[in-house]
Design a protein around this ligand. Structure first.
Ligand code: SF4
Length: 370
């Protein structure tokens, strides 16, 4: 645990100096950057992040042509930041059959997707075979497609229902065709705040254990943070420090994705710290700080469904080198009140990246350029 006795007079020059000497900043430096509200420092933080990003990724900004499928919104957990979950009796609850999922993937396949991302609520009625057969059917129908599926929370549920270890669950999924997994359900890994916003979710320790198991079995994942709710800067330091340590140990994260909290239709809406429409500078600064701190991540992704295409374009000058995917369907953000749409075509993304003066590069899930 990092000691955060803050010296309020901490000198950002010292931090920038450290960075200019290619030294890694530590948790205390990160805390100072997060606490700093001097607008004069804003530009320096952004420019430094941009400079680091260019030294790693030159002027290239990558994107993936993918389809997202959320196969059920029935969930027995009660995360306070969630506007997506429904009970089985809700009028607007849904569960897709495997056939329906295959049909939806086929729509994406026709426009040339090379990744399918599949996750869902934690539906208590699901039999573990649903998960195993889903991956098997996708693989049988689309031998070439990269299957990116199931969060650590879903892996935990599968392990509980089958009695299998995480290794065994991954072994079966991998045999059936799984390629990689989303590092969602991380939310905020600092234990107290995690308990406050999602007390039913797996504790941070289990999330870490499942992610490390996946990486050990050569199943890569993304890494995420949910920010802008009730978390403190100390929580953010805790979270990013943990993620950076895991990456040092496994090198299994493909990218880092920061997800600003979309509050409108959630029970946490009155405690929101970031308003997407008015706190644009705070969001850009947060992205830039990620680039300064996460020295062992080549790829940091913006989130256009959460912040909108316009701000996502601006973020490309703040240390961000990946625009994410076409998605086609991203119902989780929409259910929480997000109104930036669920689909951008490949040509939309290419134009947006070019409008930022960057070079668009199509990639696969593992960041090989296509
Ligand atoms: S965030 Fe996911 S796990 Fe939590 S309530 Fe919503 S659907 Fe369920």
């Amino acid at each position: 645990m990092i000691n955060l006795n803050v010296n309020k007079n901490s000198n950002l020059d010292y931090i920038f100096n450290k960075i200019s000497q290619s030294r890694h900043i530590d948790g205390y430096d990160l805390f100072c950057l997060l606490e700093d509200e001097d607008s004069e420092n804003f530009n320096e933080i952004i420019q430094t992040a941009d400079c680091i990003n260019k030294s790693i990724n030159s002027n290239k900004v990558s994107y993936v042509v993918n389809r997202n499928i959320n196969f059920t919104n029935i969930c027995y957990l009660n995360c306070k930041f969630c506007g997506y979950k429904r009970t089985a009796h809700s009028k607007d609850s849904f569960t897709l059959t495997i056939d329906k999922i295959i049909e939806k993937i086929n729509e994406g396949y026709k426009i040339g997707i090379n990744e399918i991302c599949v996750t869902g609520g934690i539906n208590p009625d699901f039999n573990p075979d649903f998960y195993f057969n889903l991956i098997k059917s996708i693989r049988a129908n689309f031998p070439e497609l990269h299957i990116h599926a199931f969060s650590p929370q879903e892996i935990f549920e599968l392990s509980c229902k089958t009695g299998f270890s995480y290794e065994k669950v991954f072994e079966i999924l991998k045999k059936n065709g799984l390629n990689s997994m989303p590092g969602t359900a991380a939310e905020i890994l600092s234990p107290e705040t995690r308990k406050e916003i999602c007390k039913d979710k797996i504790p941070a320790g289990k999330w870490v254990e499942i992610i490390k198991t996946a990486h050990k079995m050569d199943i890569k994942s993304s890494a995420t943070i949910l920010f802008g709710h009730i978390e403190s800067n100390t929580d953010i330091v805790y979270h990013l420090d943990l993620i950076r340590k895991i990456q040092d140990e496994t090198n299994g994260f493909t990218e880092f994705i920061a997800l600003p909290f979309i509050s409108h239709k959630t029970s946490l809406k009155h405690q929101v710290k970031i308003d997407i429409n008015t706190d644009r500078q705070k969001i850009l600064k947060f992205y830039a700080i990620l680039r300064l701190y996460l020295h062992n991540f080549k790829n940091i992704q913006t989130s256009w469904p959460k912040i909108g295409a316009e701000l996502a374009v601006q973020s490309l000058a703040c240390g961000i080198n990946d625009f994410g995917g076409t998605l086609m369907e991203e119902s989780i953000t929409k259910s929480a009140g997000g109104n930036f749409g669920e689909y951008l075509s490949e040509s939309d993304i290419v134009s947006l990246i070019k409008s930022a003066g960057k070079i668009p590069v199509r990639r696969d899930t593992l960041y090989n350029y296509i």
